[in-house]
Design a protein around this ligand. Structure first.
Ligand code: ADP
Ligand code: NG1
Ligand code: MG
Length: 458
């Protein structure tokens, strides 16, 4: 708890001894003709279990990974924020500090994620005159692959802006600000990614709880490692509506369940809030879903009638701007996934805490159930990811599941230590080497994760 209340740490690094920092420093000097004044770093994450439930108010269980977003920064007197990226695919951008920061959610370019972080800090402190900054960003989190490159970028930008404007915030405050401000890009996420990016500690996974935000250590069993494998299908969450459609479906499901139990549904927007109001168990909530909702998709008329609202209210109060076209909603399947997944997270934590002899098997089973639920009820997998998960299980994993939002991206597998070499060889040969495009990406796509620390400065 003490750690969570503290500010992001400053780490002493010998820049010349770190190839990546050295390359970033050189790129900065070439670009701006001066040396960076400081560096900020924010890690990506892998979620071990608890998918698509953070925005419903439920706890999740991620850990930070080695891959991160790193920025070199100096304060300038030009009255503008200048952004550049080591990767030439991400173009330079400059914005005046005296203008309102505009984020175009219809065109989610990389620099708008950075500006989300800037805007979050600006609004929190009511800063009217942001200082000018020159920044070069270098990222190693595979983008649009469920390891949260977007939030690492937003968190890094939040940190940079705080430091450059000589402000100070705790990690918890930063996590909450960055969860809120990433929504300016359009995705209505729940806060898992920003929370673990700030609150992670070396060697530890965390149970992240919301309202209030709290991170508790989870001791993972010693006999297994976690391996990430990317199916090499990218899914840009802000440029598509898949993610927000699920958020909307959960919001509608919450209101329908609340209405059916005579609660004031205008106030309730999250499935966890409905559980709280009813003082029911997760098992009872699943039974309520069975009783109240039907498996066939709902159309707009049926929902409006049940909730006693007009189509105009439905569009303005329940849909987001990028889901206005959606006509059918699978409320039963989405709510069933959320309540069962919330229960799996608690069971996973319980197994880790109680360390039974068959812990690996129990945890593996929970991960496999989570993947099935994501694939069949939440429909957020894709054929390549399902094929990869199957292969991971055949290659020695005791559990394997998609991680992050899905529709592409990575699987996380729990592999007994003694089987790791055989596992990596089988997955390499079975998924990557027989396809030239995947083979070229293999090095950054298949790796054992280490539990890393959270955001920090150099
Ligand atoms: P993820 O699952 O990785 O969070 P998102 O679709 O949410 O995927 O976000 C991906 C977006 O984040 C990219 O399209 C890009 O705009 C931004 N991004 C990721 N990595 C970098 C990077 N190294 N530099 C700049 N922008 C990045
Ligand atoms: P990714 O895949 O990193 O974009 C998203 C959300 C999370 C969470 C997961 C699914 C954002 C910033 N992130 O992550 O909050 O809902 O999907 O569990 O929206
Ligand atoms: Mg993201």
């Amino acid at each position: 708890m003490k750690e969570m209340a503290s500010n992001p740490p400053k780490t002493v690094a010998v820049i010349s001894a770190d190839n990546r920092l050295q390359a970033l420093k050189s790129a900065f000097e070439k670009k701006y003709g001066d040396s960076p004044q400081f560096y900020a770093c924010a890690p990506g994450r892998v979620n071990l279990i608890g998918e698509h439930i953070d925005y419903c108010g439920y706890s999740v269980l991620p850990m930070a990974i080695e891959q991160n977003i790193l920025a070199a920064v100096s304060v300038n007197k030009s009255g503008s924020i200048k952004l550049a990226n080591i990767n030439p695919l991400y173009k330079d951008y400059s914005v005046s500090c005296s203008e309102d920061i505009a984020i175009d959610r219809d065109n989610p370019k990389w620099y708008y994620y950075f500006l989300c972080g800037v805007k979050g800090i600006q609004e929190n402190f009511g800063i009217t005159n942001l200082v000018g900054m020159s920044c070069v960003v270098d990222g190693t989190v595979p983008p649009s692959s469920g390891l949260s490159s977007s939030s690492a970028l937003v968190c890094c930008a939040g940190l940079v802006t705080m430091e450059a404007n000589q402000k100070s915030l705790s990690k918890v405050a930063l996590a909450e600000i960055c969860a809120k401000c990433e929504r300016y890009i359009g995705t209505e996420g729940g806060g898992m990614d920003q929370s673990i990016s700030f609150l992670a500690e070396c060697g530890k996974a965390k149970l992240i709880e919301f309202n209030p935000l709290c991170a508790t250590d989870v001791k993972l069993p010693a006999g297994a490692v976690f391996v990430i494998s990317n199916c090499c299908v990218e899914m840009n969450k802000a440029a598509s509506s898949h993610f927000n459609i699920r958020v909307v479906e959960c919001r509608i499901a919450a209101k329908m369940l609340a209405q059916a139990r005579g609660l004031d549904c205008s106030r309730l927007v999250k499935l966890a809030q409905v559980q709280g109001e009813l003082e029911a168990s997760l098992d009872e909530m699943e039974a309520l879903v069975e009783e109240v909702l039907h498996p066939e998709p709902y159309n707009r008329e049926e929902i409006c009638k049940a909730l006693g609202i007009t189509t105009a209210q439905f569009c303005s109060e329940l849909l987001s701007s990028n889901t206005q076209h959606v006509t059918h909603f699978r409320l039963y399947q989405r709510a069933k996934h959320v309540y069962s997944e919330a229960r799996r997270v608690l069971r996973f934590k319980h197994v880790c805490d109680s360390e039974p002899a068959d812990a690996l098997k129990l945890l593996g089973d929970l991960m496999n159930q989570s993947h099935s639920s994501c694939r069949d009820l939440y429909e957020c997998s894709c054929p390549e990811l399902d094929q990869l998960v199957e292969l991971c299980l055949k290659s020695g994993a005791v559990g394997s599941r998609l991680t992050g939002a899905g529709w592409g991206g990575c699987a996380v597998s729990m592999v007994p230590v003694e089987k790791v070499d055989v596992f990596l060889k089988a997955v390499r040969e079975g998924y990557y080497l027989n396809d030239p495009r995947r083979a070229a990406m293999e090095k950054q796509s298949l790796f054992v994760t280490n539990r890393r620390r959270g955001c920090h400065f150099y």
